[in-house]
Write a protein that binds this ligand. Structure first.
Ligand SMILES: *[C@@H]1O[C@H](CO)[C@@H](O)[C@H](O)[C@H]1NC(C)=O
Ligand SMILES: *[C@@H]1O[C@H](CO)[C@@H](O)[C@H](O)[C@H]1NC(C)=O
Ligand SMILES: *[C@@H]1O[C@H](CO)[C@@H](O)[C@H](O)[C@H]1NC(C)=O
Length: 461
């Protein structure tokens, strides 16, 4: 039996974050590596070097349109410093040791994956209207095996919204994990429809648990993008994967939804990269372009990134020991001259950190994780960050966040007053994806400007 209460309690990104910060005791390697210390000192110097700062501002790409960013509320200097200090310790504490070995990407099969076919596409709204009695019976109050078997049936139908919309060839999917809640899902879906080029792609929604009537009611309101809906059949999945005897703890419940969605998109639908979203994460208008262009720069066939193998995911949230320890106070005070402030929409950092909120996960990284996760008892994003082998793989994170956590008084508790609420203001680009310029702070500090002009590296040495 699924422990429904557990799923409810642990069902969201905000809580995940809290879980992450409780992993402090895992942090055998929590003292910064020698190189990192060096890097921190280097940054500390350039922070106080006004001529370098001026140079940085002068070099801002001309085509960047910075929208006004306002602080959410009054916040004192002391509060900023305190938030920076505590968040810095938390993310440093979360620096789990990278693996000392490299696992081979694994293509091990998932027997009887649901759905078994993708050749059918059914108009969800019509189907639901035609079968309202059935729908009312299964969409609320059903649990356990009865629920699981209805999910398997519905998955075979290819339930789809906005069938008339034609996504672009070569689009990258956005995958939205949902669970039971109408709010803040409604807020998130409004933001999804404000994403530039959203009709170019497909929004894949996987629904965990039962009582999904409200989730579907909200999804049906979406008109801006083709939506494909699948139900996560946890009980049969665990049987098919030989994990049904395992204690159904939080890690397993959340991990199994995570691998279900990523397996679906990377293995069954063969996407090279999955843009992840959660039902309490509000994306910025440039969320899709951000991922689309960075995917092509870092992982695509014509990638011009200096070393793609160093990057195992692309984050959308400014998160990790470098940005937290060095620039959180600057973000909170909206210091627009800061190299890694909220307005630095072009600036990215290679972080030693897990790819959490709104990350883009390449197929290869998922393959490595997939080879590992059954024995890995960690929650997925934490487990993902263990894909680092040695010290040379990073999540590429933006200085200006591309998602914000929606404050909600419900299941996940309040985040207003917390640091991530204050820095969650959006900045925006005004140009087309492929003309973008991103600045990346690299760990090796090598000065390099890409000949094609696609990446310009900051001077760190
Ligand atoms: C950064 O600079 C400040 C003031 O110059 C100094 O007190 C602090 O120790 C420095 N931190 C590091 C990591 O070098
Ligand atoms: C400050 O920046 C200038 C210009 O980039 C550089 O020449 C100088 O060495 C820097 N000073 C320090 C202390 O880093
Ligand atoms: C719903 O019912 C109508 C009328 O019987 C039919 O034309 C249509 O194909 C049905 N659609 C679905 C998706 O069941």
């Amino acid at each position: 039996m699924i422990n429904r209460r557990k799923i409810i309690i642990f069902g969201g990104a905000v809580v995940l974050f809290i879980l992450m910060t409780t992993f402090l005791y895992y942090s055998v390697f929590s003292t910064p590596h020698k190189y990192e210390t060096y890097q921190l000192e280097k940054r500390n110097q350039t922070k106080h070097n006004s001529s370098e700062k001026d140079l940085f501002i002068i070099n801002l790409p001309k085509d960047v349109n910075l929208v006004p960013v306002k602080p959410v509320g009054q916040i004192t200097f002391n509060t900023m410093q305190n938030m920076q200090n505590s968040q810095c310790s938390a993310t440093r504490g979360n620096l789990n040791p990278p693996r000392s070995f490299i696992t081979k990407p694994e293509n091990s099969p998932w027997p009887n994956f649901s759905p078994s076919t993708f050749s059918i596409e059914t108009d969800f709204i019509q189907w639901k209207n035609n079968n309202s009695d059935y729908w009312n019976r299964i969409s609320r109050g059903l649990d356990g095996e009865a629920l699981n078997s209805e999910k398997l049936k519905m998955n075979e139908m290819g339930l789809t919204l906005n069938l008339h919309l034609k996504p672009k060839e070569g689009h990258l999917p956005i995958w939205l994990k949902t669970f039971k809640r109408r709010t803040p899902l409604d807020i998130v879906l409004d933001a999804v429809c404000r994403i530039d080029d959203i009709s170019h792609t497909i929004l894949y929604v996987t629904i965990d648990g039962g009582d999904f009537d409200q989730v579907v009611e909200e999804l049906i309101k979406v008109k801006c993008v083709k939506v494909k809906i699948y139900f996560h059949p946890i009980l049969s999945d665990l049987r098919n994967l030989g994990l049904d005897k395992r204690n159904l703890d939080t890690g397993l419940v959340l991990n199994s939804h995570y691998v279900y969605g990523l397996y679906l998109l990377t293995h069954k639908l063969d996407y090279p990269y999955v843009i992840t979203l959660e039902d309490d994460l509000e994306p910025t208008p440039d969320f899709y372009r951000f991922h689309y262009s960075l995917y092509h720069f870092v992982f695509g066939k014509q990638a011009s990134y200096y070393n793609s193998k160093k990057i195992f995911a692309i984050g959308a949230f400014s998160h990790g020991p470098i940005v937290d320890c060095i620039s959180l106070a600057a973000k909170l005070s909206n210091d627009e001259t800061h190299k890694c402030g909220n307005k630095a929409v072009h600036q990215l950092v290679e972080e030693d950190y897990f790819p959490g909120w709104g990350s883009g996960i390449p197929k290869e990284s998922f393959l490595e994780y997939w080879g590992d996760w059954k024995s890995n008892r960690h929650i997925y994003d934490y487990g993902m960050s263990m894909l680092r082998s040695g010290e040379n793989r990073y999540t590429l994170v933006p200085c200006s966040p591309r998602v914000r956590t929606v404050a909600n008084a419900g299941i996940n508790g309040q985040n207003s007053g917390r640091w991530d609420h204050y820095i969650s203001q959006f900045a925006q680009w005004n140009e087309k994806p492929l003309n973008r310029i991103y600045y990346v702070d690299r760990r090796d500090g090598v000065v390099k400007a890409d000949e094609k002009g696609k990446f310009l590296y900051n001077k760190l040495t």
